[in-house]
Design a protein around this ligand. Structure first.
Ligand SMILES: C[S@@+](CC[C@H](N)C(=O)[O-])C[C@H]1O[C@@H](n2cnc3c(N)ncnc32)[C@H](O)[C@@H]1O
Length: 424
């Protein structure tokens, strides 16, 4: 990767952009204040520094004016092949769309990208907000666009992947066939073109990349934007750079960058990040969401018929029974093949304790060869034998009864035979 210069400038982006020459920037990404009418503040991960920025306005017109003049500057300094990506949310997306239509022209609207992420929250009423919007406009029709392909979904069949598509006499899309009606294979395709809905996880609190800056965006999100609209060596601008996420993404991809921020702490932080760029990979993106659905199917099949909530990604609990004891749900775990009952119990106990469960159920599937008595189990664990173990045990008892019966019969017959022999 060639070294591409990155610059972080302290100041109001309006004034700083005014000194940037016309048609020099390849991509502008901005994540400005969203019109939340709030103060945003937080502390660095090591709690040594405070970060804050203000998002307070005298109404929508005040905000519109602030954004309008800055978007006009961006339009001036973008190259004809350049593009702008404006990050926003429902507070002002409608307004920014109107400003961008006005400055760039409605025909230069390319996409409304939905950045979607999962959140767990007990929101009181209404739908849980789980997306933000990124408006993508180009300066002209000659804008740079590098195609990106994603994986086929699990429901795409092999024919859809391999067969060439064509149109029938009515213009309807069909699989292409030769004059004899044989299917024509088009060879391996590259995947599905990237859609305008991007599922990229929010930075989790432990992610190495996380700086503590309020509203910090993930590098993975910015990398995707930089990748689709620029080439190596191009210049990327972020006029509201905050912690410098865009600059880190640009650096990792070999692009030059300019970041501007009105907060001195943000500029200092962005410079530190550029000196040692960190990106947190997302296992979900690499392996797909399906890879997370890893509740043990064999274990769950043993619990079929119970009203339960399967648990993903937990070594100690397979599911929660939908019943509350002392105010908490009851975790249940099935002993695995090759696992001793005490190994299974200690995994369940650890996980159940962390969930503050009053009771937990352990299903024993086999007898292991270790010394075990039920008194060794933590008192809050109920040990229950699986149906297979019950049936196996009963069958063994029945067989043992048969053997005893047979032995008893044999000895009875022997006695009768002896008695008969003794008769005169
Ligand atoms: C939403 S944050 C950006 C977060 C950033 N994308 C990140 O990943 O860390 C918005 C930033 O805009 C900055 N800002 C607000 N008004 C500004 C202005 N007039 N010029 C430059 N920066 C400004 C704030 O200080 C804040 O850091």
């Amino acid at each position: 990767m060639s070294e591409s210069p990155s610059q972080v400038i302290h100041g109001d982006c309006l004034h700083t952009m005014k000194v940037i020459a016309d048609s020099t920037v390849d991509l502008a990404y901005l994540d400005p204040p969203f019109f939340t009418n709030k103060h945003h503040s937080s502390v660095s991960r090591d709690r040594s520094r405070k970060f804050r920025f203000t998002d307070l306005w005298n109404g929508l017109a005040d905000y519109a004016e602030f954004m309008d003049v800055r978007i006009r500057q961006i339009h001036r300094i973008l190259k004809d092949t350049g593009s702008i990506f404006v990050h926003c949310d429902t507070n002002a997306n409608f307004l920014l769309r109107a400003i961008l239509d006005d400055v760039f022209g409605p025909n230069q609207f390319q996409s409304e990208i939905i950045w979607s992420y999962r959140r767990w929250s007990n929101s009181a009423k209404g739908l849980l907000p789980a997306h933000q919007t990124i408006l993508f406009y180009s300066k002209t029709d000659r804008y740079k666009f590098n195609r990106v392909y994603g994986a086929y979904s699990e429901t795409t069949n092999i024919d859809q992947i391999l067969q060439l598509r064509g149109r029938d006499e009515h213009g309807v899309s069909t699989y292409a066939t030769d004059p004899s009606g044989n299917i024509i294979y088009g060879g391996d395709k590259k995947g599905v073109p990237l859609s305008d809905v991007w599922e990229i996880p929010f930075l989790n609190p432990k992610a190495k990349e996380r700086t503590g800056y309020p509203t910090q965006k993930p590098v993975l999100l910015l990398e995707r934007i930089v990748e689709i609209c620029t080439d190596a060596g191009d210049l990327v601008l972020d006029p509201f750079c905050g912690s410098g996420t865009t600059l880190v993404a640009a650096k990792l991809l070999g692009r030059s960058s300019i970041g501007i921020d009105i907060s001195e702490e943000a500029v200092d932080l962005a410079q530190r990040r550029l000196a040692a760029p960190i990106k947190t990979e997302s296992a979900m993106l690499k392996k797909g969401r399906a890879s997370y659905v890893n509740a043990d199917k064999d274990a769950l099949s043993l619990l079929a018929g119970l009203d339960l909530l399967p648990v993903q990604r937990n070594a100690g609990i397979d599911a929660f029974l939908q019943v509350k004891i002392d105010g908490s749900l009851v975790p249940i775990r099935v002993q695995r093949a090759g696992e001793t009952i005490m190994e299974a119990a200690s995994k369940l106990a650890r996980a159940a304790n962390s969930k503050k469960a009053a009771k937990a159920v352990l299903v024993r599937t086999h007898k292991d060869h270790t010394l075990f008595s039920e008194g060794m189990l933590p008192r809050f664990i109920e040990l229950i034998d699986s149906t297979a173990l019950h049936v196996g045990k009963r069958i063994a008892e029945l067989l043992a009864e048969k053997v005893t019966e047979k032995a008893a019969n044999t000895s009875l017959q022997g006695t009768l035979r002896d008695k008969a022999a003794q008769r005169p």
